[in-house]
Write a protein that binds this ligand. Structure first.
Ligand SMILES: Cc1cc2nc3c(=O)[nH]c(=O)nc-3n(C[C@H](O)[C@H](O)[C@H](O)COP(=O)(O)OP(=O)(O)OC[C@H]3O[C@@H](n4cnc5c(N)ncnc54)[C@H](O)[C@@H]3O)c2cc1C
Length: 477
């Protein structure tokens, strides 16, 4: 039997694999490169069979975006913060992933993805300027920037190397159901546009990302794996002039945190200098009353063409419904649904001046000679009133952070600054792994990446994958 595979026409469809990866995002890619390095000869000669399945036609999960590779164990790196790996091992994972990124992410002139966030004098300067206002600047900010304009090239290069070493990519194929086999291993049922498939494997790695949470929860329930929910992060995207946000001029993607007076954590996140606001990809959409909703996000490009005079960053606060316990994900979906509803099923944008006055923004607020011009194209958002749909506590927390930032950078509170919503980070469940290699309570089933809440960015997800690969090598080696 044959099935469509990435850029190779067709590949052999097996009835059994040693290892199956569900999802081809950074979690899987980190694992696959590590497997290739350590047991690549056995994969190449077919002694060990490995396949990666993704429901998207051009997948790589969230790597297919701006690609700020935060090369630090202190941001979104649960393997280190949870104690699964030591600081030394965390750096080993980061160096391994950085090497992969650098080898495959060069531009047409052979230049590596640029490094930033390493100027210690500048970082200390901003730490000293922000801390008197109660703001904590995360000082470990070393990063490389791929850029949305380069991510496809990076992914092509990565996948080509993996495929040439015998690792399959089965694309446009959705894993529908997973069942345990008596005596060990798993049966996997998948669906493509035209066919259904059933095959088995010894080891299964689930890295379905955040947006597949409803499917993921369903599989966990069927496999009788207990999960618990995590807080979600809710907020807006702030857009202003690049020159007005000097903390990012050298650090590029500073992450700044504070506790609001009520104790809630609030932070800036995912900063894109000279970038644009964009919506999540359709594959990352959520559904509300049958409608596809794509959350607000931001990105930047690496080449000069396509850069904007703006900067954008997320401001997010945590929501955790604990007493009585509530479903954080459902709360966020309803909130997003109401914002889109009020925006005629488009994201809603509001000038900060109007937000402070609890008055809606009108189209004329966006298409004049205001200081900040929106990067979302005309017609792709609705000028409106975010205060109408967001809980007061979320608005207050976010305003608290913006006002504190403005004590040092006054233009943050300029009336023309644009807030666009909804921006929501849907990471919301986790499973307590039984071993340090992220094996779940079901033997042979490994969970990694943002889906099971073991990371919240690309590099942390790749580290999860590397750890899983180490566990697999012990079994397969
Ligand atoms: C617009 C945007 C910009 C971002 N920018 C950055 C950034 O600059 N820096 C950063 O560190 N992080 C960024 N992120 C977050 C980052 O993309 C994620 O942290 C990372 O991709 C998570 O990796 P993962 O492997 O856990 O899951 P994902 O990358 O989400 O991959 C999961 C994959 O699983 C597939 N899948 C799910 N369910 C099934 C199924 N049932 N059958 C088959 N396939 C399935 C999906 O199609 C997907 O390809 C960004 C995210 C977005 C949306």
């Amino acid at each position: 039997m044959k099935i469509k595979c990435w850029k190779k026409g067709e590949c052999i469809l097996r009835n059994h694999y040693n290892v199956v990866f569900v999802g081809s995002g950074p979690n899987a890619l980190g694992a696959l490169f590590y497997l290739k390095k350590h047991i690549g000869n056995k994969i190449k000669d077919g002694t060990i069979t490995v396949t990666t399945i993704d429901k998207d036609p051009y997948p790589a999960g969230g790597l297919m975006n701006d690609g700020k590779e935060m090369l630090t164990p202190f941001i979104g790196f649960d393997d280190y913060s949870s104690g699964r790996v030591s600081l030394d091992e965390a750096w080993e994972h980061i160096r391994f992933w950085e090497d992969v990124i650098v080898r495959h992410g060069k531009d047409a002139q052979g230049r590596e993805p640029p490094i930033s966030g390493v100027d210690e004098i500048e970082i200390r300067k901003w730490q000293n300027r922000l801390s008197p206002h109660g703001l904590e600047l995360i000082t470990e900010t070393r990063q490389r920037h791929i850029g949305t304009d380069r991510s496809r090239g990076l992914i092509d290069n990565m996948r080509r190397e993996l495929q040439e070493s015998g690792i399959e990519f089965r694309l446009k194929e959705t894993v529908q159901e997973i069942t345990r086999r008596e005596g060990g291993g798993f049966t996997i049922n998948t669906l493509t546009e035209h066919d259904q498939y059933t095959f088995t494997c010894d080891y299964l790695v689930l890295g379905p990302g955040r947006v597949a949470t409803p499917w993921f929860k369903d599989q966990l329930r069927k496999l009788e794996i207990v999960y618990r929910q995590l807080p979600i992060e809710v907020g807006f995207r702030v857009e202003m002039r690049y020159e007005d946000y000097p903390v990012a001029h050298n650090i590029r993607a500073p992450m700044i945190k504070i506790r609001a007076p009520n104790g809630d954590p609030v932070k800036t996140f995912c900063t894109n200098p000279n970038g644009r606001i964009r919506l999540d990809m359709p594959s990352q959409a959520i559904y509300y009353n049958g409608r596809e909703l794509r959350m607000v996000n931001g990105d930047g490009v690496r080449s000069e063409r396509g850069q904007t005079p703006n900067i954008n960053f997320a401001v997010l606060t945590k929501v955790d419904l604990t007493n009585p316990p509530g479903d954080n994900q459902q709360f966020a979906i309803r909130l997003a649904g109401e914002v889109f509803h009020s925006g005629d099923w488009k994201p809603v944008a509001q000038r900060l001046g109007k937000f402070l006055e609890n008055r809606r923004s009108k189209p004329s607020d966006f298409y004049g000679n205001q200081r900040v011009q929106p990067t979302l194209s005309r017609g792709s958002f609705t000028p409106g009133d975010l205060t109408f749909n967001y809980p007061g506590r979320v608005c207050n927390n976010i305003l608290y952070l913006l006002r504190k930032l403005a004590e040092e950078m006054p233009m943050v509170m300029h009336q023309d600054v644009i807030l666009t919503g909804p921006e929501i980070k849907f990471q919301n469940i986790t499973v307590d792994p039984v071993d340090r290699y992220l094996q779940s309570p079901v033997p042979g089933l490994y969970l990694g990446g943002n889906g099971p809440g073991y990371s919240s960015g690309i590099v942390g997800a790749a580290s999860n994958g590397i750890l899983i690969a180490k566990g697999l090598i012990e079994r397969l080696g």
